[in-house]
Design a protein around this ligand. Structure first.
Ligand code: FAD
Ligand code: UDP
Length: 382
């Protein structure tokens, strides 16, 4: 059969590869001039630094199959994400851990003492079932840490007050009563030695796959294929006929530095007065390499306009209602499956994207082998 993948990011590459290995003919189109989607990495010509072009990407997962899948296409080197944050004139360690707590309150507490201190003297225990981001923060770390590390950053990142955001956004971050400063708690973590684009090129490197760059999908393209897997924006597929799903976009202000600019890969800025959310210094993502020069990004977040790259789906009440309407349209669309971060309007980490892509391709192959109808929309939890 002949399949069209719209998007040469992880979703399109992984699904395309699964089909190609079963003897199907795959065309992958992408409107950009490179493969890799938002995971795209490229070496800066002047410094030789591997730059994460659309923002910092760290691979982390508990999914053994996904971990062995990515290791088939790239040599992963150990990398632990250790994020720092600047607030109130000091540099602290994230996620909030015993070092952060002791430094912030000027104490030398042991784990049990810190737990009692935060729970009994800081946390607002009158909040029993936190609904908003703010309530979640007040309940688990209390006002002082919330205001230093989360409130300003979140207002900048999401463009609204944390009381208007769901608690689930903060639940992504742990609070630790030990000195573990690993940002993620997944079993497998690492960085592909030659970058993500090289890894995705390996996934796409199959005689059954043809990649066409600088090629924007229009619906008539689908006519000559048996099925389309679409990883572009869900509302874009329907020419935004019901309105636009809200996104945050990012502006990266790139600058170079002769030497080591900040001594770590990611430095967050917790205060609202600092206009950017964080600075990324790309060479620290590859600690096994040595570079004299350095490439950094100052990262600013704002509401996405029609011509901006959509980065973070907003998924508030208004967007969820509109999403429901687009999902209804998608379910009625024959021979198209909406996949990935933009196609299902969700924040998806790379490992989850790969897991869903593998599952989608396998389910599809099972259904066509059994001559059953494939349910075309990958059901996205609202
Ligand atoms: P994308 O990578 O967005 O690929 C979609 C592709 O479709 C794009 O190349 C686009 O050009 C193309 N396209 C869209 N519309 C059309 C069209 N009409 N015609 C042709 N082509 C089209 N995940 C992690 O695991 N760890 C991290 O540290 C991490 N950091 C992140 C940081 C940021 C700032 C962001 C935004 C995301 C981060 N992610 C991270 C998530 C990661 O980027 C996604 O999991 C991954 O990019 C999803 O792949 P995808 O193929 O679904 O989408
Ligand atoms: N956050 C914050 N301060 C920080 C880091 C994160 O307030 O220094 C908040 C912010 O609202 C962010 C959320 O916690 O969206 C989740 O953090 P994560 O690092 O997972 O952000 P993402 O990967 O979505 O950028």
């Amino acid at each position: 059969m002949r399949f069209l993948m719209v998007g040469a990011g992880l979703s399109g590459a992984v699904i395309g590869r699964e089909f190609a290995e079963q003897g199907h003919e795959i065309t992958v189109v992408d409107s950009r001039d490179h493969i890799g989607g938002n995971c795209h990495t490229e070496r800066d010509a002047d410094t030789g630094v591997m730059v994460h072009v659309y923002g910092p990407h760290i691979f982390h997962t508990d999914d053994e199959e996904v971990w062995s899948y990515v290791n088939r296409y790239a040599n992963f080197l150990p990398y632990k994400n250790r994020v720092k944050t600047t607030s109130q004139g000091q540099v602290y360690s994230l996620p909030v851990n015993l070092h952060t707590i002791n430094q912030f309150f000027g104490k030398t507490m042991r784990p049990d003492e810190a737990r009692v201190f935060i729970t009994e003297e800081q946390a607002d225990t009158s909040i029993t079932d936190p609904q908003s981001f703010e309530e979640q923060a007040m309940r688990f770390v209390g006002r002082d840490l919330y205001e230093a590390f989360f409130k300003g950053y979140t207002i900048k990142q999401w463009g609204c007050h944390p009381s208007e955001l769901p608690a689930s956004i903060l639940k992504r971050l742990p609070v630790r009563f030990n000195y573990d400063d690993n940002y993620f708690f997944h079993r497998f973590q690492g960085m592909p030695e030659n970058g993500y684009t090289d890894m995705i090129a390996g996934i796409l490197d199959h005689s059954g796959i043809t990649v066409k760059l600088n090629t924007t999908f229009d619906r008539s393209m689908g006519d000559v294929f048996d099925h389309v897997f679409y990883s572009g924006p869900l509302d874009g597929y329907f020419d935004y006929e019901l309105g636009r799903l809200g996104y945050r976009t990012l502006d990266f202000e790139r600058f170079t530095y002769d030497g080591d600019y900040q001594g770590c890969a990611v430095m967050n800025y917790g205060e609202e007065e600092v206009p950017y959310t964080r600075i990324t210094e790309h060479k620290h993502f590859a600690p096994w390499e040595t570079h004299e020069g350095s490439v950094c990004y100052r990262e600013f977040s704002r509401a996405a306009g029609p011509d901006d790259i959509p980065y973070y789906p907003i998924r508030q009440v208004k967007e969820k209602a509109l999403l429901g309407e687009y999902v209804a349209l998608a379910e009625k669309t024959q021979n198209v499956t909406f996949v990935g971060r933009l196609g299902t309007y969700r924040y998806l980490d790379m490992d989850v994207t790969i897991r869903e892509a593998l599952d989608t391709a396998r389910t599809f192959l099972d259904e066509i082998t059994a001559e059953r109808e494939f349910k075309p929309f990958y059901v996205a939890p609202m």
